[in-house]
Structures are given as C-alpha cells and as structure tokens.
Design a protein around this ligand. Sequence first.
Ligand code: PLP
Length: 368
Amino acid sequence: MSIECERMGGINLSQGVVDTEVPIVVRQAAQRAIDEGVNTYTHHEGLVQLRKAIAEKHKRFTGVEFDPEGEIVVSSGATGALYCTCLALLEPGDEVIVFEPFYGYHVTTLIATEAVPKHVRLDPPGWEIVRENVEKAITPKTRAIILNTPSNPSGKVFSRNEIEMIGDLAEKHDLFIFTDEIYEHFIYGSKSHISPASIPGLSDRTITISGVSKTFSITGWRIGYCLCNKKWAEAIGYFNDLVYVCAPAPLQVGVAKGLINLGDDYYSKIEEEYHIKRDKICNALDAAGLTPCVPQGAYYVLADISGIHGKNSKERVMNLLNKTGVACVPGEAFYHDDAGETLARFCFAKEDKVLDEACRRLEQLMKK
Ligand code: PLP
C-alpha cells in the first residue's frame, strides 16, 4: 500500500511509521556519541548505561524490577527481541497461541523460526479474551502465548482480569508469555497499561518485550529490548549476539539519555496528543461511513469498509485510495482466514497537518 500510495502521491496511513518529532535530548546525545567515538560493538546485551536506564524507567512505570546485569537484553528493535526470544526458547514444531487480529511480524517470526502459530479469534467491539477459546487451542505442543498490549491493529488494552486469566492458563500448562508492550505509552481513556510480569507469580515465565521506536519516534534506529529472568535472558542474549551482535552503539547512548532525562510529562503528553489524533480520525471515518472500532491504545484504528466496492479487502482499500488519495492496510493482513475482508487499518501517528488533510479527504467520501 505504501508503494501504491507513493505512486499516486497520496497520504499514507498504512504503515506504522511515526512522523512526529524526535526528542532533542535523544538526537543530541546520539550525535555527540558519534563524535566522541562510541562507534564500535557494544556488549551483546547492550551498553550498561542503557540497561540501567531501561531498568529504572521500567520500574517507574510498571513497578517491576529487572537487574541490568543479566535480566535485560538490548536488541535490534522489539522485532529483534521477539525473533531472538523465539530462536532461544522454542523448538521447531512448538505451538504458540496468537490472538487475532494479529500484528503480522508476530506470526511471520514464529513461522521463520519454525514454530507454529495457533490463532485465537477476538471479536469487536470489546476484543475480549474468551477462556474456553484459548483452552481449546492449547495442545501438548503449546509452549507460549503471545500478548500484545496495547494491541496492533485492534487498539485493545488488555484488562487485569484478562491477563490474570492468561497467567492462570500459562501456569496450568507451563507456558511462556511473550508480551509485546511497544505501545505502552499510547493509552486513551480510563484503562491503564498492565504489564503481565507485574502480576504476582508471572514474572519468571514472562518475556517482556518493548522498545522506543514509537515513544521516541525513532523507528529507523532499531533499539528495543526484552526483560526476563536471567536464565532466559542469557539464551536470548546469545542469539542477539549471533544474529546481529548488538544494537547500534551511538544510538543506544541517545536512547539512554532520553530514558534518563525525559520525565513523566513527556509520556503524558504523548497520550494527550495521540488521544486528540485518535478522536480526529475516528470522527472522520464515521463521517465517511466507515464505522471505526474506537481503539483504547496504540495508534491504529480498524474501520468497517464493507460499504466500499470490491470483492476483498485489498480491492476495497485500493478503491478507497483511488477515490480519496488515502492509503490504509487491508484487513486480510491481520487474519489467517477471510475474517478481515471488510476491515481496514488506518494509522494516525501523523503530524497534525497531514492527519487533518487525510481526515478532510475521507470526509469527502460520502459526497463522491
Ligand atoms: N510490535 C508491534 C506490535 C508493532 O506494531 C511494531 C511496529 O509496527 C513493532 C513491534 C516494531 O517495533 P520495533 O521498531 O521496535 O522493532
């Protein structure tokens, strides 16, 4: 969709690429680090100053403590963290529960590492986890459950009850919980982010994955991390080293500086700004007759595109692009079967002037 959108000179609300500003403290620290010679390999688990900064910031927001010496691995983005986690902790043929609609990389990472995704459907508008459905998907081969909270693409923020229920199943069947919390600071409304490792008893079996691509608008820097018990971190760190040695050294310095220096107000401002953006895009989609499923978190919205002509979601989003010049992702990208054919995902992590123009164009749809 990005290629098609560029060809047409449209507005790209398909890819999850943030175009909001990178905090100056982060940029300047990385630039200084390059000039000061931080340009060689780092420890494969990451620079100790960054690991300490991650531990401190994680404790501040989730209450969970991790030891920077052995329980944190800095990776090439959250993507690298999940990849190394799967290489380290799964055997070929192991089954992993994935809730759908899913984030495509979760499923393809499992397939690439020879694990087997087992899909459990969540339904709008609440996207609640139904215990029996998860239980039905668990077999003797199941080894892990992937949770993504807040979730891409649904925007679901899983409740404490849901996470406790997943934790209960994980304990009963001795499963890992791989939790992707990259959108932990993008929450709108009354719900709060619950990190599964903060639930009593779950920390040892949980691999918490997060990163700063989204919070610092640095998707291209490739800095993410995972936090977990030492015995798992050692194995994950081994694969981190094997696959790409380390995350980019001077950029690790920039991120450490940001994590240390940016106070709570930085993170609450993200929530405020993105809340406004969320409301704008949802109102525009409503006005366009593309009913949105209003997200509680992350920066995507799934909308009903059944009113647009086309035999599947790909044709529908192409027709929408042709009519409005706004690109989005066809719903089929988030399901293993045809359940996404009447859905599309719109990303609202855009500068206000770009988002405003996209909304204006969408609102014209009813008149065309
Ligand atoms: N996890 C989820 C759920 C995402 O939506 C994305 C990006 O879209 C990522 C991970 C990628 O994170 P990173 O840039 O840290 O690899």
